[in-house]
Design a protein around this ligand. Structure first.
Ligand code: SF4
Ligand code: SF4
Ligand code: FES
Length: 502
């Protein structure tokens, strides 16, 4: 059903939005960001900070844009002298007690108090420089959350998240007036599996992640759109890198998958992306030992082994590999009797109670669904047994691999597990932060992720490696990028046919 549309004017720009839309959201459609603190689209409206004051024609006084709904013919002015004066007044009150510790605050550079003070133009205080600002010591709120009360502007986003979204109301507003602060239940901790979201929600540097503390200034970070690999939910994330090291994972809004949130397991699941013990060059077995080689030699060796192989091929793959890599690994075995399998680490399921269909899933892998659609089986034990007598065994980034085979083992991975040291050829591949690719989440949604940092040494994306091997063995054409690989998938794989990744 099409929503009934309402037309209004915001700063002279006409917009049409569905009936019931809040003025603050309608303003975004007119290209206007109304300053705000307590409002967040993922939380119930509170209307407590008064920062979003705007002038609405025919209304007797300034209105808060986060609580006012649009009406037909409404005329909204966000930049009128009255609206601007209202907002700078609010800022003056907020800044009375706020410390000037931006130079040492982790939020500096991405702080909404800095941004809106700059935007609105509250340049000075009327308070005496000798005014003693409120002081409260820093508190430890949970495994990864510190509370710095001096910086708190009491927007209550954190309180509402824990109460209405996580459904574990451990935070409150204690005391009143200028003594108010965020209190935590005497026997409570911010240790809910999704508690880390309060750090993202806090508009200032009052709630901080211990993990990220003093790791980087906001302006030093490069940001890359990615997909969390922590479970099969497929939450959209941003990887923050500093000098090509991943230092932070933050949620990227996707209303269909994770809204504005990620769980703490996914948030902390990045250190392995920076591992230093990577395979950095192709390794080829000569005189019984593995020796470093260039890609030409490694590809030629695999191609000649493939050309000579007949009978059964077994592919043991990781459900953390991209859809493109899994598809091309299968293509490489064309003409052989093919078996493919994967195994998934399982854990405890942890739902975010206030959001339907959002949970840290028991299946701790991002692409098990993609592997299944491509014909890989979950019967890993049977594939390991079949590998014993197979002519050709390919393994794709399986860190726990232990396989014995009478045939040839080719291992493509980021690190070399003990159980793969007898491989004929070892091929270094990029990890998820070092390549473009797609995963298919548990609901069948194909989602694209992008390269955030370079791969070490001569490591290359797995899709590139398999496309080169297939070309060298005369079993396919070289592909230029991951997008071309996905085009081949969407042209030929049932369940993914005709799809384009989003
Ligand atoms: S700690 Fe942050 S999110 Fe919580 S009330 Fe204070 S400013 Fe708002
Ligand atoms: S729910 Fe799963 S995909 Fe989402 S952040 Fe957590 S681990 Fe990552
Ligand atoms: S954002 Fe509207 S009152 Fe706080």
């Amino acid at each position: 059903m099409v929503d009934e549309l309402v037309t209004l004017t915001i700063d002279g720009v006409p917009v049409s939005v569905p009936k019931g839309t809040l003025v603050i959201e309608a303003a975004k459609q007119a290209g206007v960001l109304v300053p705000h603190y307590c409002y967040h689209p993922g939380l119930p409206v509170a209307g407590v900070c008064r920062m979003c004051l705007v002038e609405i024609e025919k209304a007797p006084k300034l209105q808060i844009a986060c609580a006012a709904q649009v009406a037909e013919g409404m005329v909204v002015r966000t930049q009128s002298p009255a609206a601007k004066q209202g907002r700078t007044g609010v800022l003056e009150l907020l800044l009375i007690n706020h410390p000037l510790d931006c130079p040492i605050c982790d939020q500096a550079g991405e702080c909404e108090l800095q941004d809106f003070t700059f935007q609105e133009g509250r340049y000075a205080t009327r308070y005496s420089p000798d005014y003693p600002k409120r002081f409260n010591p820093v508190e430890d709120f949970g495994p990864d959350v510190l509370y710095v009360p001096n910086r708190c502007i009491l927007c209550t986003r954190c309180v509402r998240f824990m109460e209405d979204v996580a459904k574990e109301p451990v935070l409150n507003v204690s005391e009143r007036g200028d003594r108010a602060y965020i209190g935590i239940h005497t026997e409570g901790r911010l240790d809910h599996p999704w508690a880390g979201n309060v750090v993202d929600l806090c508009p200032v540097g009052s709630l901080l992640s211990k993990d990220f503390l003093h790791k980087a200034r906001a302006w030093e970070l490069d940001k890359t759109a990615s997909i969390c690999t922590g479970c099969s939910q497929g939450c959209n994330v941003t990887l923050d890198t500093r000098d090509n090291v991943v230092v932070r994972v933050r949620p990227r809004p996707n209303l269909e998958v994770n809204r504005y949130f990620i769980c703490d397991h996914g948030r902390m699941n990045y250190r392995w992306m920076n591992r230093g013990d990577r395979i950095e060059a192709p390794l080829v077995r000569r005189d019984g030992e593995l020796h470093a080689a260039d890609w030409d030699e490694a590809c030629e060796r695999v191609a000649s082994l493939l050309r000579g192989a007949g009978g059964r091929a077994v592919a043991l793959v990781s459900p953390k590999a991209s859809t493109e890599a899994l598809f091309l690994a299968r293509e490489l075995c064309t003409g052989l009797e093919w078996t493919g399998a994967f195994q998934v680490v399982m854990g405890e399921e942890a739902p975010l109670a206030g959001v339907p269909n959002l949970a840290l899933r028991a299946e701790r892998a991002p692409n098990a669904k993609g592997a299944e659609l491509l014909g890989y089986s979950r019967d890993y034990a049977a594939a390991i047994a079949a590998a014993a007598s197979a002519a050709f065994v390919l393994v794709l980034d399986e860190p726990d691999l232990v396989v014995r085979t009478a045939g040839t083992l080719i291992y493509a991975g980021t690190v070399l597990p003990e159980g793969a040291r007898h491989a004929a050829v070892v091929l270094p591949i990029a990890n998820v932060a070092e390549e473009d690719g797609t995963f298919v989440n548990r609901d069948g949604r194909v989602q694209r992720y992008f390269q955030a940092k370079p791969a070490p040494g001569m490591a290359r994306p797995a899709w590139w490696v398999f496309s080169e091997l297939a070309a060298a063995a005369g079993r396919g054409e070289r592909l230029a990028n991951a997008g071309e690989a996905f085009e081949r998938i969407s042209a030929s794989v049932d369940g993914l046919r005709g799809l384009a990744p989003v």
